[in-house]
Structure formats: C-alpha cells, structure tokens
Design a protein around this ligand. Structure first.
Ligand SMILES: [Cu+2]
Length: 221
C-alpha cells in the first residue's frame, strides 16, 4: 500500500487562503446609523438615557472602547457625570474634587463596593467586570446619586439635552435597541425595540419614556 502523500499547499491555493483571510478580517463597509429621539409623554426631551444597540449578527470581538473618560468625580457635593457609560471590564476612577470628604458606595448586584472616606484630590479606582446598572451613593451626603451603566456593546451613547442619541457605523441588519434611564417607569428602567439597521443612511426612531420624579432633589435630568 502506498503511503498517502503529504498535503501540499500550492502557490495559487496559498494566495486564495491569504485573500480569504484578508476578506474575513475586513470590517464590513455597509453600515447605517441610528438617530433616536426620546421624550416624555408630555413631549419634554429626556437627557441622560443610555441607548444601546445589540446587533443580531456577528458580535465584535475586539475589546470595547469609548472616546470619553471613565471618570466619576465628586464635585460640589454631587457626582459628575450623573450617568456614565463604561464597557465591561473598565476601570473607573472616582476623584474627589471637593474640599470635603466623601464615602462612595453601591449595593447594586452588578458591582457592590465601598470607598471609605477620602479627601480632596485623592482618587480611587474600581473595576466593573459585569454588565448592568450600578447605582451610586455617598454615606455622608444623601443627595448624591449617580449611575454607571456597564455595557457589553460598543454601540452605546447617552441622550443629550435635546433627547437625541446618534450611533454611527452600526452593522446593517437586525438589531435590538435598548433605552435605559434610572427614573423610567418600566421594569428595570429600560425598554427595547427590535429594528433593522439600514446598510446606509439613518434609521430614525422616536421613543417615549415616562419618568418618575427623582427620589431626591437632583439636577441633570
Ligand atoms: Cu459625599
């Protein structure tokens, strides 16, 4: 019986493989955008909502990065910002920019933690390995409240003062749009809508978010 000759990769085959690999690694050029408008039933724009898109196609494997800083400062006896979006696994710094001490904590299942009293110009870093909502408070100042939304998608943005959120370079095809706001009167504070992202151009979406009053006097929403 003759031995089976070893498989040889001839130059044309090698070229084809190289091209196929290159093609497989190419970022899809067909991409659309989502232009979402969010308002209350009374027509008031809703700022500080987190808008997330989960594409139902292939998920990006690269680690998620956002262009803003992963910082939750304490300034003028408030957290700043009121809502911060970070990717899963992010390290968030909590600088104290006040001349008084704060004691930051969260009881949220996504990340319970406590930063014992610390002073001006000191900072602490906390990592957030799980997606979800992290509600923040300060043991000393009851009026201090803020939220970190840890997301597992690169397609996430906050609505602006006009209640608008634009997410660009979305993969075309079926996707789910999720909108979350800490004071939205629905289970979990979020609602979702299935959409089809166009291969080019914008998908305009208008959603209504009924908000309850903030639990304590708090600006920024
Ligand atoms: Cu405080």
């Amino acid at each position: 019986m003759r031995p089976i000759p070893p498989l040889r990769v001839t130059p044309p085959v090698a070229l084809c493989v190289a091209l196929c690999v290159a093609a497989g690694l190419t970022v899809p050029t067909r991409a659309g955008e989502l232009a979402l408008t969010l308002e209350t039933p009374a027509g008031k724009p809703v700022a500080n909502a987190v808008v997330m898109v989960h594409s139902q196609g292939a998920q990006p494997r690269a680690s998620i990065r956002f262009p803003w800083a992963y910082v939750m400062a304490q300034k003028d006896t408030q957290f700043d910002p009121f809502v911060l979006i970070v990717p899963v696994g992010a390290d968030v710094s909590f600088p104290n920019r006040d001349p008084i001490r704060h004691h930051v904590f969260s009881f949220s299942p996504a990340k319970p933690f406590e930063l014992k009293l610390y002073s001006r110009d000191e900072t602490r870093v906390v990592s957030f390995p799980k997606a979800g909502v992290v509600s923040l408070g300060c043991n000393i100042h009851d009026n201090m409240t803020a939220f970190i939304r840890v997301v597992d998608t690169p397609y996430a943005v906050k609505s602006n003062a006009a209640g608008q959120a634009v997410i660009r370079d979305l993969p075309a095809g079926a996707a789910t749009v999720t909108v979350w706001h800490p004071f939205m009167k629905v289970r979990g504070g979020e609602q979702s809508r299935d959409v089809v992202v166009p291969a080019s151009g914008a998908l305009a979406l208008a959603m209504v978010a009924d908000l309850r009053p903030p639990p304590l006097r708090r600006g920024g929403y």
